[in-house]
Design a protein around this ligand. Structure first.
Ligand SMILES: C[S@@+](CC[C@H](N)C(=O)[O-])C[C@H]1O[C@@H](n2cnc3c(N)ncnc32)[C@H](O)[C@@H]1O
Length: 341
């Protein structure tokens, strides 16, 4: 496939809303239209009908605009028939879509012409979720994609490490660390049992990517870990083989509310200073800056506990430049490195 089509396909499989459509001249080619039908619309896991309909409508319109000689060029029968099929389906109520779960396919941001193609991670989630409260863990947020992209570009941060992810939500970051980025062990945690249940399903869905996929002992385990509940911390962090000597904490979009950041800072202090002082444990936390106040509270709470926070310099590429883990930045995203002062 042409690399422009490959990027478009990776974006489409992630069901992003602002797709980078290939030039209409390319879409006009009969062979390209056949590939579009085969890879985008034919068979399972190709996105919900409403999404397919929106994308196919735009593709058809781009092709129609490029047609100069209707005797020579046309929209293929396969694409037209599929559009007819999609249009015949019930439209559904858009307000229901917020809570509907889909299987989203995330592609590792490897070169577009990589051979073999990069691994894909399948995550069941509610991609249109906007709500706060106990549902926030059911969507993969931009800060998670940003952190995943950063770790993918800096694989030594993860390779061979023992990692705790806090507020893992759907589990994308834990899965790429335990899988393609070859962490020694990852404990993916979240405070809410129903979020951990869906995290477990996502781990199971991607088990073939894990380091020891064929062994009984997985290198990715999920557990409930509420930041405010530190009484059983040692038990919660232990595996059947005892307490791993963790050396990295990861978190994405876990500093989103002023109510949660003081307990999070206190947990980081306990982990970094008290429990794992000998392993040089430090944290990398990505945060979407929706308002500066929450992050200021978090920074202050960390500093009061003797933790230093430094911003990691990271270049944010646009969706058009990204090759996978596509994400927009309606709000800035920062990456913080937190360790002992
Ligand atoms: C905005 S979501 C981010 C999820 C995921 N890291 C991502 O970026 O896609 C915040 C996550 O933190 C979890 N969380 C919030 N408060 C928590 C607490 N006190 N203890 C543990 N987890 C908590 C939520 O359940 C949710 O999964």
């Amino acid at each position: 496939m042409d690399t422009l089509l490959i990027r478009f396909h990776r974006q489409y499989m992630q069901q992003i809303s602002n797709l980078t459509y290939p030039p209409s001249k390319l879409l006009l080619e009969a062979d390209v239209q056949h590939q579009l039908y085969k890879h985008f619309f034919d068979g399972p896991l190709k996105g919900p009908p409403a999404y397919q309909r929106k994308v196919l409508k735009q593709i058809i319109s781009l092709i129609e605009r490029a047609i100069l000689d209707p005797e020579e060029d046309a929209v293929s029968d396969q694409l037209m028939e599929h559009m007819g099929y999609l249009s015949s389906l019930p439209q559904g109520d858009p307000s229901d879509q917020a809570y509907q779960t889909q299987i989203i396919t995330y592609t590792l941001p490897e070169p577009l012409d990589a051979s073999p193609p990069p691994p894909r991670i399948l995550i069941e989630e509610a991609p249109n979720l906007l709500a706060a409260g106990s549902n926030v863990g059911f969507r993969t947020w931009e800060a998670s994609l940003h952190l995943a992209q950063y770790l993918h570009s800096n694989p030594d941060l993860v390779h061979g490490k023992k990692i705790i992810e806090l507020g893992a939500g759907t589990g994308l970051v834990s899965i790429i660390c335990a899988g393609p980025l070859r962490a020694d062990f990852v404990l993916g945690t979240d405070g809410l049992p129903h979020v951990v249940e869906s995290l477990e399903k996502n781990i199971y869905r991607n088990r073939h990517l894990l380091v020891n996929a064929n062994s009984e002992r997985s290198n990715l385990v999920s557990k409930v870990l509420d930041w405010g509940d530190v009484d059983d911390l040692e038990d919660n962090l232990a595996t059947d083989d005892g307490l791993p000597d963790y050396n990295l904490i990861l978190g994405a979009d876990i500093t989103y509310s002023p109510d949660v950041v003081p307990v999070l800072a206190q947990l980081l202090k306990i982990l970094i200073f008290d429990m794992f002082a000998d392993t040089g444990l430090e944290a990398l936390i990505s945060a979407t800056v929706r308002n500066g106040r929450t992050l200021s509270i978090f920074r202050k709470a960390c500093e009061e506990r003797g933790l230093s926070i430094e911003n990691v310099d990271l270049r944010c590429s646009s969706v058009m430049e990204q090759k996978g883990f596509f994400h927009e930045q309606a709000f800035p995203i920062v990456l913080m490195r937190i360790r002992r002062l």
